[in-house]
Design a protein around this ligand. Structure first.
Ligand SMILES: NC(=O)c1ccc[n+]([C@@H]2O[C@H](COP(=O)([O-])OP(=O)(O)OC[C@H]3O[C@@H](n4cnc5c(N)ncnc54)[C@H](OP(=O)(O)O)[C@@H]3O)[C@@H](O)[C@H]2O)c1
Length: 198
């Protein structure tokens, strides 16, 4: 752990998807094992709860019980950023955006939609355009060292063996984004039906 915790020492980190299955484990581990600076978590508004209400519940989650017993002030290292990756500029306030641009060292992008049968337009907006929006933020950050994207076991399903290397896409990603924005719903439905059959 020596080298790893040394790397993270004092670093300010943004985690998207922090309220999700993987994100919660990541935030807890970073706080428990690495002497990080601030952890910013991007939380979206939900019908019944504001980001602030969700944040208040989040820090009470039982995943943090162990941490709470050794470091009762652990939640002071977690900072709420209200936002949504499906909206341009991530629906963040200008103040929050400027804080991130000036302070971030690391981004873990774990926010995603893992319902694989959702309408393709929504899935692309969250998983593809959402990631693009996060990369646009990363480009603006003045001290960023790492952008870490949590991918899925379901990518590159056409290969039986995957190496730790970049696999170019067969279709230009911006073409896919354009298509899903512009195609009439009935054509998108045809594509969805075809994908579900495969
Ligand atoms: N679970 C696994 O075993 C596993 C393994 C390998 C890779 N992965 C990958 O890891 C990623 C996360 O998976 P997970 O299992 O943690 O999923 P999850 O529990 O469904 O969490 C998804 C997270 O994304 C957030 N999110 C969704 N839409 C958002 C939006 N528009 N704006 C901001 N945040 C949004 C959710 O926030 P809300 O709380 O607001 O809904 C939640 O925090 C996925 O890409 C998945 O494929 C997962």
């Amino acid at each position: 752990m020596g080298q790893i915790s040394e790397f993270y020492k004092g670093k300010n980190i943004l985690v998207t998807g922090a309220t999700g299955f993987c994100g919660k484990v990541l935030v807890e581990k970073l706080l428990r094992s690495c002497n990080v600076g601030k952890i910013f978590i991007l939380v979206r508004h939900k019908k019944k709860a504001s980001p602030q209400q969700r944040f208040n519940d989040y820090v009470k989650h039982r995943i943090f019980d162990g941490l709470r017993s050794t470091d009762p002030l652990f939640s002071q290292r977690i900072h709420l950023i209200s936002g949504d990756i499906t909206i341009d500029d991530l629906a963040m306030s200008e103040t929050d955006m400027n804080i991130l641009i000036k302070e971030l060292h690391i981004i873990f992008h774990c926010a995603a939609n893992v319902r694989f049968d959702d309408p393709i337009r929504e899935a692309i907006n969250i998983n593809v355009v959402g990631t693009w929006r996060m990369l646009q933020l990363a480009e603006k950050c003045e001290h960023l060292e790492v952008f870490s994207y949590m991918s899925t076991a379901f990518s590159q399903a056409c290969y039986t063996e995957l190496k730790e290397e970049y696999y170019p896409t067969k279709i230009d990603v911006f073409e896919i984004i354009k298509l899903t924005k512009e195609l009439e719903p009935e054509y998108l439905e045809l594509i969805e039906q075809r994908l579900q059959k495969n």
